[in-house]
Design a protein around this ligand. Structure first.
Ligand code: SF4
Length: 251
């Protein structure tokens, strides 16, 4: 196995997917450090600066972490995941390559993904803004979960064109779009998002994800969730799913 390009990792652990169309499935989470955006609701660790060490879980789901220095080589990660797939065969559905924004490391992933994919299918969780970085990785991806970042909830502006270009590329495999919503979400934002998805493929699933408050409650009333879902009537599949891992005590 090549031990070439190294990548800055935050953590690698096994847990239950809490968001999107793969909700409830057991996955390996491989979290890369750093992001090209600065969303106002970001609660992901390790995004402002790369941690000196990353946390690797020894036993899947048991939180018995040990530390290794960053950046980490592919061989270290692949050896760990091989021990999981051999020791606990069949418990994981796929590897979630997440961040931060994992496509910041497209060059490294081009080397890593073909190797990791011999162990499990690969699911990319991305903010959906780096289409050029996505394109060369498409042959190595089984699922893509991409965000549309609304100006109201995320504080990020002018991402519409980037999201559109990304979705066009991502639509060549199994992709869904996730939008975080709260009380500041405006109707036009959802309508514009739906128009973009319809223009690419109305069969692409859309997940409306109510923001989770510190109290664990969702950040908008039940009626508003229904109203926003109704705005998406031109799409085939629109689900409202909160962050289920938070109330299940999962990472
Ligand atoms: S894209 Fe994700 S990781 Fe990056 S700032 Fe936004 S919420 Fe945080």
């Amino acid at each position: 196995m090549s031990n070439g390009l190294r990548a800055p990792l935050v953590e690698c652990f096994s847990s239950i997917q809490g968001e999107g169309v793969l909700v409830g499935l057991r996955q390996v989470f491989l979290r890369l450090a750093g992001c090209n955006l600065n969303c106002s609701f970001c609660d992901t660790p390790g995004m402002s600066e790369t941690p000196k060490e990353c946390l690797l879980e020894l036993t899947p789901g048991r939180r018995d972490f040990f530390k290794v220095p960053n950046p980490v080589g592919l061989e270290r990660v692949a050896t760990l995941l091989e021990s999981w797939t051999e020791g606990w065969p069949g418990i994981h559905h796929s590897i979630s390559v997440t961040g931060g924004e994992p496509l910041l490391y497209a060059k490294e992933l081009k080397e890593w993904l073909p190797v990791l994919r011999t162990l499990l299918p690969v699911y990319l969780e991305t903010n959906g803004t780096l289409a050029h970085q996505l394109a060369p990785l498409m042959p190595h991806l089984d699922y893509i979960g991409m965000d549309f970042k609304l100006p109201s909830t995320s504080g990020c502006v002018n991402l519409w064109d980037a999201h559109r270009a990304f979705l066009e590329t991502a639509s060549k495999t199994s992709v869904f779009v996730k939008i975080v919503i709260d009380q500041s979400t405006e109707d036009w934002e959802i309508e514009r998002s739906c128009q973009m998805i319809m223009a690419v493929n109305p069969g692409i699933p859309l997940i409306l994800q109510p923001m989770t408050l510190g109290s664990g409650a969702v950040a908008l009333p039940a009626l508003r969730m229904l109203e926003l879902q109704e705005l998406c009537s031109g799409l085939n599949e629109v689900r409202v799913i909160p962050q289920t891992h938070k109330f299940m005590g999962q990472l």
